[in-house]
Design a protein around this ligand. Structure first.
Ligand SMILES: Cc1ncc(COP(=O)(O)O)c(C=O)c1O
Ligand SMILES: N[C@@H](CCOP(=O)(O)O)C(=O)O
Length: 459
């Protein structure tokens, strides 16, 4: 299996190469050259199988890895999840299910991919005897999941950029309390888009990326997206696929999670609609409503992990919608950077609308959904999941709807308590989170300064 860049100018790589490279050298994102497909019989055979087995079947064709080796890494990745099913389903209404993706070590869906790529990276780096520097940008959850997955590893230094004051206290403490010297939480004076732009600038500085052995663990890294494809299969087959069609609503920011659903659909999983759910930072919903992809300022919300306007994986969706035309995508990305946006061509918009629907949710609606669900079903939703549930309810149709529950409510206790009067508790194993000392460095929103700090710390 070979991977090509969405901007068409970087060398094609195998799975290991794409994973270690993170962002392609032309600034694009790696995507598989072809998407493997499953027959109905192969999909039906996944129903009721353990999550780890589904993960092996779904991911193996993309990796070309030895089955026994991949199976071993998958087993290690999910052994510390707090639920035997790993991604259990819960029924919310006659046609509506929640897919709980928050039973991993840091209580967000990011653990599904991050725990696995932690294992994959460790395996490869040990075999190659090399060192790498991970730099990640986070609006809260990717950072804590990455720090958890990479803390204490000998051959990895891990730097996480987060927007100062714009993540929840639990998210910040998950990043700042681990004491291992190889993890570094950097509080940037800016928003998440600034953090992600700084990260991309570091990748564009080829001298820097080669000197430090830079790699990525954001969903710009294909391996992150791949690991997230698995739970679409586990959920849909548990609900009757391939005999039954299922739709998914996905609380969306950087578009990685929902793009994983698109890959599952192209592999043959009978997904009806993929519904993009945004908070008031709704560039993606506006794109579908107007055909114009244009940034506005980011406005802080009670679902802070989705406070994103430059949605990096939308580039992968555009690449597919523009018939894999790398030059066209490179031009659009240039327009986004220079002019703040671009019109999507009619043909591409039509292709996107064939697979995706969209909706957005205001702050008041998010709080009202948390409150109503709590009162009606006893279920406590995190604010991101509430955005998904609200938009899903507007898209209920004939097929079953699954909304991805992307984080545990206890990561956002203030918002949940304000909505319900009930403060969700962290799991027992995290009971000391607010007693541990914090360790972080404030940095200006200046990429050169951040690069200097990184080079000083690793040398
Ligand atoms: C809790 C939560 N929900 C939803 C999202 C959005 O996911 P994506 O960026 O893959 O669209 C994020 C962050 O990415 C998140 O942390
Ligand atoms: N919401 C994310 C933002 C980064 O997303 P990623 O999936 O590209 O890593 C976060 O919580 O950090």
């Amino acid at each position: 299996m070979r991977y090509v860049s969405t901007r068409g100018q970087a060398p094609a790589l195998d799975f290991e190469g794409a994973m270690l490279t993170g962002l392609a050298r032309d600034g694009g994102l790696y995507v598989p050259e072809t998407i493997p497909t499953f027959t109905e019989t192969e999909i039906a055979a996944l129903a009721g199988r353990p999550y780890e087995e589904i993960a092996l079947r779904v991911m193996q064709p993309f990796t070309g890895m030895d089955e026994a080796r991949l199976s071993d890494l998958i087993a290690r990745a999910y052994q510390n999840f707090g639920h035997d099913a790993r991604a259990p389903l819960k029924q919310l209404g006659p046609n509506h299910f929640l897919l709980e993706l928050f039973h991993g070590p840091t209580l967000a869906f990011k653990d599904f991919a991050m725990q696995l790529i932690g294992q994959l990276f460790q395996d490869v780096m040990t075999r190659r005897g090399e060192r790498i520097t991970i730099v990640g940008a986070t609006s809260g959850d990717t950072g804590s999941a990455a720090i958890e997955a990479f803390r204490g590893l000998d051959n990895v230094e891990c730097f996480i950029l987060f927007p100062e004051g714009r993540v929840s206290d639990v998210q910040r403490r998950q990043m700042t309390t681990p004491s291992e010297a190889n993890v570094h939480a950097l509080a940037v004076k800016g928003d998440f888009d600034d953090c992600q732009a700084a990260l991309k600038d570091m990748f564009a500085d080829h001298g820097f990326r080669d000197r430090v052995g830079l790699t990525a663990v954001n969903s710009i890294n294909w391996a992150r997206v791949l690991a997230q494809v698995v739970y679409y299969f586990s959920a849909a087959t548990a609900l009757g696929a391939p005999a039954r069609k299922v739709s998914f609503t996905v609380p969306t920011g950087n578009f990685g999670d929902i793009f994983a659903g698109w890959i599952a659909k192209r592999m043959g999983l009978p997904i009806d609609r993929l519904v993009i759910a945004t908070n008031r930072n709704d560039i993606l919903h506006r794109t579908f409503a107007t055909g114009e992809h244009r940034k506005e300022g980011v406005s802080p919300t009670i679902s802070p992990s989705m406070d994103i306007q430059v949605s990096s994986n939308f580039e992968r969706a555009l690449f597919m919608a523009y018939d894999r035309d790398g030059a066209a995508v490179a031009q659009l990305m240039d327009e986004l950077k220079q002019n703040g946006g671009f019109p999507v061509s009619q043909g591409a918009m039509q292709a996107l609308r064939e697979d995706y629907d969209s909706g957005s949710c205001s702050e008041e609606e998010t709080a009202a959904t948390i409150r109503a669900m709590h009162a009606r079903t006893g279920e406590t939703l995190c604010p991101h999941t509430a955005v998904g549930v609200k938009v899903a309810e507007e898209h209920l149709g004939e097929s079953l709807m699954v909304t991805l529950a992307t984080a545990h409510p206890a990561k956002f206790p203030d918002a949940v308590e304000a909505a319900t009067g009930h403060r969700p508790a962290l799991p027992e194993r995290m009971a000391d989170l607010f007693d541990l000392p914090e360790r972080m460095t404030s940095v200006p929103n200046v990429v050169g300064d951040i690069q200097t700090l990184i080079e000083e710390r690793i040398n």
